[in-house]
Design a protein around this ligand. Structure first.
Ligand SMILES: [Zn+2]
Length: 420
């Protein structure tokens, strides 16, 4: 039960993080009060900034619920209002056995995306502007959205078609085979994403020469990360958020920092963030995450199989679905999978947040910039609530909160004050 164990460990670590006494702290750090230093950072946020940050992040909790209800409403449009049987009868006129299935899948993906526009335009465009986080005009937003729609319709149609061919051949144990296929697709997607998908939306370049680059590359070398694998990308095309990431797998793995980070942060802050990203790289977080994702997808597909067969007996005829291999059941499969992911979200969040906490600690050791790390954590409050309750953090946070991060940094600082 890795998920349960991880959550227990996290609960324990949260508890430890809130302990104010530093028993192992060296004598000369006695004057340095971790709690007071943490509070000092938290106080740099004005009440208005904190209110806006809380409202943005807490609104996200509700949006998760609205997105789920919207997804169920969408399934009702396809199944209860009869859009799905109509799509099936149009596409069945096409020749061969494969083409009708492929056409149905492509049309479903296209229509589902378009019908979700009222929510996605509010969520991704208006709300981001409302909180001053976006740099895009509506035209630019739509252009990016249409590009990702094209990628998901083309790639999604082929992937789902292969899944349906497999489902029709494997019978009741389809979900085991589908999980194996999903694992292959996930690995391929993560592998090709830095070369073929991300460059569709942003330009990736080498870091500009200068002391910041020298520091980052030196830290990369010290941790066994090849300098060729460090990139800069123009995230300011889309947003004001400061961020960095690790992407790819095997020969395509790379660390990328965004230009907002480079332009809005001090060299110490950039170094602190890059130390964190190098942590993801060195600790093999992407392959580990893929293993967790495949296990969760497998559990999700098992749930879909169980619920699908229960609903099929009762509503199959009314919704025009004959079996799990019938592509007309795709809206139901999608809705059931979305119900699963909705309830699995705290589990997903905890797995990701645990890796983030590991990368935080790695980054502090690699960059040795506790104040740079703490002040960056404060800057991230633009889009992440700074001081949630422990339960809120455990359920809704996919990264440690600002408070947890500042506290981790200040505790590290207290225990390493004597290091030079
Ligand atoms: Zn991270």
């Amino acid at each position: 039960m890795p998920l349960f164990t991880k959550r227990l460990l996290l609960a324990a670590s949260l508890f430890l993080l809130t302990l104010p006494v530093l028993a192992a702290a060296p004598a000369d750090s006695a004057a340095f009060n971790v709690e007071a230093a943490t509070q000092h950072y938290l106080n740099t946020l004005t009440p208005a900034q904190k209110a806006s940050s809380d409202a943005y992040f807490e609104g996200g909790y509700w949006l998760t619920l609205w997105r789920e209800l919207y997804a169920l409403g969408l399934a009702a449009v396809f199944l209860v209002l009869g859009l799905s049987p109509r799509l099936k009868s149009w596409t069945q006129r096409l020749p061969t056995k494969v083409l009708p299935t492929l056409a149905y899948i492509a049309l479903y993906l296209l229509l589902a995306h378009v019908l979700t526009y009222p929510l996605s335009i509010y969520d991704d465009y208006f709300r981001e502007h409302q909180y001053g986080l976006s740099n895009q005009s509506f035209g630019q937003w739509l252009s990016d959205d249409l590009k990702s729609l094209a990628v998901s319709v083309v790639a999604g149609s082929v992937v789902i078609l292969i899944l349906y061919v497999a489902i029709r051949r494997t019978g009741r144990r389809w979900w085991v085979w589908a999980t194996a296929l999903a694992a292959i697709f996930l690995v391929v997607q993560v592998f090709v994403s830095p070369i073929y998908i991300r460059p569709l939306f942003n330009k990736y370049t080498n870091l500009p020469a200068g002391p910041v680059r020298d520091q980052i590359l030196s830290m990369a070398r010290a941790n066994g990360v090849p300098a060729d694998n460090v990139y800069l990308f123009d995230a300011s095309r889309q947003s004001k958020r400061i961020s960095a990431n690790v992407s790819g797998l095997g020969s395509t793995i790379r660390v990328s920092l965004n230009d907002n980070l480079l332009n809005r942060c001090t060299p110490a802050e950039v170094q602190a963030v890059m130390g964190h990203e190098l942590g993801h790289y060195v600790l093999n977080h992407i392959p580990k995450m893929l293993i967790f994702f495949v296990l969760i997808v497998g559990l999700g597909l098992w749930f879909v199989d169980w619920a699908f067969h229960r609903l099929l007996g009762r509503y199959g005829a009314r919704w025009g679905i004959s079996s799990i291999g019938d592509v007309g059941g795709l809206p139901l499969v999608a809705a059931l999978f979305s119900v699963f992911t909705f309830f699995a979200q705290p589990g997903f969040n905890t797995i990701i947040r645990t890796q983030e906490q590991e990368a935080d600690v790695f980054g502090l050791n690699a960059a040795r910039q506790p104040d740079g790390f703490a002040s960056t954590a404060m800057k991230l409050s633009e889009y992440r609530k700074i001081d949630p309750s422990p339960w809120e953090e455990a359920i809704f946070f996919d990264h440690p909160s600002g408070r947890t991060r500042v506290l981790t940094a200040m505790r590290w600082k207290a225990e390493h004050l004597q290091d030079k």
